[in-house]
Design a protein around this ligand. Sequence first.
Ligand code: HEM
Length: 424
Amino acid sequence: MAPLPPGPRMPRAVQTVAWITRPGPFVLRAQRRFGDAFTIRIGTERPWVMLAHPDAVKQVFTGDPALLHAGKANVILRPFLGRASVLLTDGPEHMRQRKVMLPPFHGSRMAGYRDMVAEIAREHIATWPRGRRLALAPRMQSITLDVVLRVIFGVRESARVDELRPRVRGMVERIMRGSSLFMMATAGPDAIERAGVFKTARRPVDELLAQQIRERRADPGDDVLSLLLEAEHEDGSPMSEQELRDELVTLLVAGHETTATALSWAAERLVRTPGGWDALRAGGERYAEAAGKEALRLRPVVPVVLRHLQAPMTIAGIELDAGTVVAPSVFLVHRRPDVYPDPARFRPERFLGDGPQGGTYSWIPFGGGVRRCVGAAFALMELRVVLAELGRALDAAAPDAAPEHTRRRAITLVPERGAEVVLS
Ligand code: HEM
C-alpha cells in the first residue's frame, strides 16, 4: 500500500469537530504545515487527500472519469433525489443524464431567463422592510426558490407558486436537517428507501412535479422543464417520467440554497467593504457579476469537491492507491497569494480585468471536468441580475462592524447570522 501524504495528527474526532466548526482555519493551518497536499480524517469517511495547487486540481478535473468517481459521495441523498439523478451516477450512466441536462443551461440560453429573474427579484425586494436589522439569507432563499419554480419548473400562476413554496421548502428543510443527514449516512440509502422514511416529505413535491410535467408537455414554454421534455438521449429516446422527476428534484436541491447562500455572502461582504455598496450601485450588472464571483472566491459555498479513485493514480507526484478519496480544496485554491494577491481581502475589482484570476483551475466554486456544476452559467446569471437589482433599488449598511463567520449547513457554508443588513 502506498502511504498517504502526511496531515494533522490530532485524533479523528478532533479533526471532525475542527472541519465542522472552523473549516477555513483548520485547512489553512494544515496547508502551512504540510504543503499543498495533505491528508485529513473526518467522521466515518475514508481519509481525504486535500489538494490545494491548481496543477493538482487540473489533474483531477481532466483525469479519466472512469477512474475518478463523484456520484458515490452523494449516494446518501438517493432517497430524495432518486436513482436517475445526475448527482449520484458515475460512468456512462452519468454522461447519459448529463448530456440531456446541459443544453437548457448553456450560456446562450441565459438571455432568455434573465428578464424573469430580474422581475422575480424586483417583486421580492419591493416588499422588504427598511430601516431595521434584517437577515437577507431567508429572503435570498425566497428569491432563488421562486426562480426554481418559475424558470426551471415552469410554474406560471402566482397562486400556484404561493401554494408550492411551503411544500418545496418543507422537503429541502428536511434534507438539510443535521438529524436527517446523520440518519441517511448511518442507515444508508437502501434501508431508508425500504422503510420509506422520507416518503411524506417527498410526496407533495412529487405530486407537484407530475402535474407540472403534464402541463408543460401539453403547453410548453421558455422554462427548463419544457426544454427537458423536448430533449432526447443519444439513442433518440426521450427522458422517462422517472428521469424527469429525479432531475428536477436534483436541480432544486443543487441550485436553490447554493445560489441563495452565494447571494447572501456577496451582500455580507459588500456592506463590510468600504465603498462596496456604492460601487455596486454605480457599477450595474458588470460590477454585480464581479462581486458575485469574488464572493464565490472568498466564501465558496461548497468548500471541497470529492473524487473516489477507482484505480491507483499519481497526482501531484504522489502515488495513491485505488479507493483513495482526493479532495480539490476550493477554499485553499481560492486563498493562494500567488494567484490572488492579498487573498483574504474582498475585492470585486479582481474580476473586472482580464488577469489570471478566474482561471479554469484557480477559480473553482463550481468544481470541474465532467462533473462541473450544470447550473454554473445559470447561477452566475442569477447572481449578476439579483445583485444588480439590489444595487438599483436599495442602500444597505452593516448593522455592526463584526464580520459574519461561516456556519455549516449540510455540505454548504453559510453566514452565521444570515447576512444581516440595514436597508434604506
Ligand atoms: C452559486 C451557486 C452554486 C454553486 C456554488 C454550485 C456548486 C456546485 C459544485 C461544487 C458541484 C460539484 C462539482 C464537482 O464535483 O466538480 C455542483 C454540481 C452540480 N450543480 Fe451546482 N452550484 C450552484 C448552483 C447550481 C444551480 C443554479 C444548478 C441548477 C439549477 C446546479 C446544478 C448542479 C448539478 C445538476 C450538479 C451535478 C453535476 C454532475 O454531477 O455532473 N447548481 N454544483
